[in-house]
Every structure is written in structure tokens, then in C-alpha cells.
Design a protein around this ligand. Structure first.
Ligand code: ZN
Length: 307
């Protein structure tokens, strides 16, 4: 039996213990109900590391008296660009930028008497890994779009690289400059929640999508652009890595109209060997990324290959 611990950092922290790639017991959460007023956004990185180390320490000592020695790996899913244990960039948790998180967490865990390798994964990659593990598709190419304030792109199996799919250029219009990174014509500049608020100063994104349903021409036009942008980025990845399974999740996944997305995608992907793709919506949850973080950590060690 292989034991791992998965941790997901979003605007909160969720940690859980995995036994043979399955979540066991109740995940720990920060902030919990009694800490509801606290947010990660304003928290110093060192405090965040302590909270995560506390979670891991607790989880490593629970369940049938097994000790921390049985723990094979610790996986942490982080929003942003993660390379070799370092958070290179994290636009929504700026205090993490440049942090050698794997090393710092390892040191904090040592003080709790826990020693297991710490592996960092991008949050969208972790979701892709979680989907692959949960559906028995660890030998297939899985791609995930996460639609929220930012737009994330994740893939399984892990492939070294940056993979900032949310910043792929989908428009040559010089007026398309709402992306959080400042780049012109980016997918996130059209689809991201913050970008939509900047575009429609008079309407919230929820109102834009609701008005479009009621037939408002300006809103309908934008909703179409939103789907065409997602189709364009997806088509680009199909033309690079081939067709296959694409999943859509995140806090704004409710805005996705699959038939509209599919019709735009079909207009963009015309070569018949590339038309064998599938599109599926996943309700957002923390567990998928949590399992994926653990599975990625085990895979990085060269264990947990079964499945
Ligand atoms: Zn960008």
C-alpha cells in the first residue's frame, strides 16, 4: 500500500491523505469555519508554509496508528508557474513568487518529524492528473482548462515546460489588452473573470451571460467571442499535440455552452485525423486536484505507476 499526502493551494488550503491513489478520511481545510475571516491573499508566505506543514504533520499521524515513516510522497498543487520545486510566478498569490516552496516545506516538516519528498505541481496539471487517476486514464493524454479569475491549462502526463495556455494569443486585435499579465490578444484577456469585469464596466460577468440568454446583442456577441477564444486555444493544442480528451472546470465553468464551443471548434479543426476529440465539463472541486497532487508526487518518484 502506498501512502501519499496531497495539498491544494487556491484562495484556501485543502489537504488530504491518499491510500493507493484514493482519498481516505476527511480533508483538512484552512481557513475552516472558525477562521472564516482569514484569507490567504494577505498572508505572508512563511505563515502559509507553517499551515501546510501543520496539515501534513496531522495527516501523516492519523489513520490506524501508522506513523510518518510510511509516507511515500507529498504533493502540493500551486496556482502559477512551478519549476523544480520553485514557484516562479503566481499572479493571484503574489507572496509565493520566487519561493523555494518544496525546500521550505521540507525544512518545516523536518521540525514536525515528517520526512518525505515534497513535489510541487501546477494546479491545473494536478487536476489533469486527478482526472486521469480517478478515471483509470493514467496512460492517456488528458488536458484541462480551468476557468476563473485567470485561465489555467493543465495536462497529464507531466511534461517539462511552462504550458501557460491561458496566455496563448487568440486575437490580433490591438484593443484586446485586458489580460492580467499585460499581454495583448491573450485568451485570459477575453475569458478571465477580472478581464471581463474590466471590459464591461457597467455589468458583472454573470449579468453579461444572463443578458446574452435574453437576447441582448452586445452581450450575445461577447459570449460568442468568449467561446470562440476557448475554441481557438483548444484548436491550437489539438494542432500541436493531437485530439483527445479536454475537460473544463473552475469557478466560471457554468458559463460554458458545450454545443457552441463544439461548433466553433469544428470550424477550426478540419483535418479528419484531428477531429476525434471529446469535451467534458467537470464540476469544480478540491478533491480532484488533491488526488492529482499526490499522484503526481508518486509518479515523480517513480512509484505509483500502477493504474
Ligand atoms: Zn496574458
Amino acid at each position: 500500500m502506498t501512502t501519499a499526502i496531497g495539498v491544494v493551494i487556491t484562495d484556501h488550503v485543502v489537504s488530504g491523505r491518499l491510500q493507493d491513489q484514493q482519498l481516505t478520511g476527511k480533508p483538512l481545510r484552512f481557513p475552516n469555519d472558525s477562521q472564516a475571516q482569514q484569507t490567504l491573499g494577505a498572508m505572508p508566505a512563511s505563515e502559509m508554509v507553517e499551515i501546510i506543514a501543520g496539515h501534513i504533520s496531522l495527516l501523516s499521524k492519523t489513520a490506524s496508528g501508522e506513523g510518518a515513516a510510511d509516507l511515500a510522497a507529498i504533493g502540493v498543487a500551486v496556482p502559477g508557474i512551478v519549476l523544480r520545486g520553485v514557484v516562479e510566478e503566481s499572479p493571484n498569490l503574489k507572496q509565493l513568487k520566487g519561493l523555494r516552496l518544496a525546500e521550505l516545506l521540507g525544512a518545516a516538516l523536518a521540525e514536525h518529524g515528517v520526512s518525505a519528498p515534497v513535489h510541487l505541481a501546477n494546479d491545473a496539471d494536478a487536476i489533469a492528473a486527478g482526472v486521469a487517476a480517478a478515471r483509470g486514464r493514467l496512460n492517456e493524454l488528458i488536458r484541462v482548462w480551468t476557468l476563473g479569475n485567470g485561465i489555467g491549462y493543465g495536462r497529464w502526463p507531466y511534461a517539462e515546460g511552462v504550458w501557460e495556455g491561458g496566455h496563448i494569443t487568440v486575437s490580433l486585435d490591438p484593443k484586446e489588452r485586458y489580460c492580467g499579465c499585460g499581454g495583448v490578444g491573450h485568451l485570459e484577456g477575453i475569458m478571465g473573470y477580472r478581464a471581463m469585469r474590466m471590459r464591461f464596466l457597467d455589468l458583472e460577468p454573470e449579468e453579461v451571460f444572463a443578458n446574452a440568454k435574453k437576447g441582448d446583442a452586445r452581450c450575445r456577441e461577447f459570449v460568442d467571442l468568449w467561446h470562440r477564444a476557448l475554441a481557438a486555444a483548444t484548436a491550437s493544442f489539438i494542432h500541436l499535440a493531437g485530439p483527445g480528451r479536454f475537460y473544463f472546470t473552475g469557478s466560471n465553468v457554468g458559463f460554458v455552452e458545450l454545443p457552441l464551443l463544439r461548433s466553433h471548434l469544428e470550424s477550426m479543426v478540419r483535418m479528419s485525423p484531428l477531429q476525434n476529440f471529446s469535451l467534458e465539463i467537470l464540476p469544480p472541486d478540491d478533491e480532484t486536484a488533491l488526488i492529482g497532487a499526490g499522484v503526481s508526487a508518486l509518479r515523480a518518484l517513480g512509484t505509483g505507476n500502477r493504474g
